[in-house]
Ligand binder design. Structure first.
Ligand SMILES: NC(=O)c1ccc[n+]([C@@H]2O[C@H](COP(=O)([O-])OP(=O)(O)OC[C@H]3O[C@@H](n4cnc5c(N)ncnc54)[C@H](O)[C@@H]3O)[C@@H](O)[C@H]2O)c1
Length: 247
């Protein structure tokens, strides 16, 4: 009898925060994970933290806004793992928190929208190609409540996450009938470096410090979001399609 292949998972933005917690969880459960990120130091500390699961995590420096790098990361996962079962597109940045519309500069807009939306598109495009050829696979785009059910403190971030939501819905419509399940995961406020930097930026730009401290006190641990993502890429989630919200 043929031995089933170990699940192969590509995680963009897997070196920190939600992506890091997800990489650790899935590798500890036996999957082979390729982390595509731009933070070499965080990736090295992730692999050190993984302990016995370290040999199931590979890191490839990949800027998700660069199509050639994203294409190469997918090719790396295919070559190293013998296939690609899941893409978890987590890479993202948050800038422009509490900046008035008239003061929001084009460079901030481009950085946020390119990383969060174009990055998700490029990852989904290049992961979908081998998945369509195999007739199976699953894609999770990490969006946000911001831009879907609520506004954001940042015009650029809210717009990028609304776009990610539309991209995920469109992928699900087109790829779902071809055997590829797509979910848009929309977390609430999660305790990660991105969120901590964003709350600091909000205070610098005049947000009410008491309200910010209230948010800080109620942040969800990234491991709790990783549990949901791990479920979404598992066969147990075969009937789950579309948008999933977490605290
Ligand atoms: N933390 C929250 O409260 C929260 C809430 C909703 C949605 N999200 C989303 O979850 C995702 C992960 O956020 P997080 O809070 O874990 O942030 P984080 O900053 O801890 O992790 C983001 C990762 O993305 C990587 N990254 C940034 N730009 C990249 C690029 N161009 N190419 C490749 N990698 C890049 C970073 O190096 C980092 O490792 C983001 O898309 C974010 O918008 C976060």
């Amino acid at each position: 009898m043929e031995t089933p292949r170990v699940p192969s998972i590509l995680i963009t933005g897997g070196a920190s925060g939600i992506g890091r917690a997800t990489a650790l969880l899935l590798a500890r459960r036996g999957a082979r994970v390729l982390v595509a990120d731009v933070d070499d130091a965080a990736a090295a500390s992730l692999i050190a933290e993984a302990g016995e699961a370290a040999d199931r995590i590979r890191y490839r420096r990949t800027d998700v806004t660069d199509e050639a790098q994203v294409r190469a990361a997918v090719a790396d996962a295919l070559a190293a793992h013998g296939g690609l079962d899941a893409l978890i597109a987590v890479a993202g940045v948050m800038r422009g928190q509490m900046v008035e519309i008239g003061a929001l500069d084009e460079a901030t807009w481009d950085l946020v929208v390119d990383t969060n939306l174009k990055g998700a598109f490029l990852a989904a495009k290049h992961a979908a190609i081998p998945m369509l050829a195999a007739g199976q696979g699953t894609i999770v785009l990490v969006g946000s409540k911001a831009g879907v059910t609520a506004g954001s403190g940042s015009f650029a971030y809210g717009a990028s996450k609304g776009g990610t939501h539309g991209l995920a819905m469109t992928l699900e419509r087109h790829l779902g009938p071809k055997g590829i399940r797509v979910n848009d995961l929309c977390p609430g406020d999660v305790d990660t470096p991105l969120m901590r930097r964003s709350l600091d930026e909000a205070i610098r730009n005049g947000a009410d410090p008491v309200a910010i401290e209230r948010i800080r006190a109620g942040l969800t641990p990234p491991a709790a979001v990783a549990d949901v993502i791990a479920f979404l890429v598992s066969d147990a989630a075969a009937a789950v399609r579309g948008t999933v919200f977490t605290a």
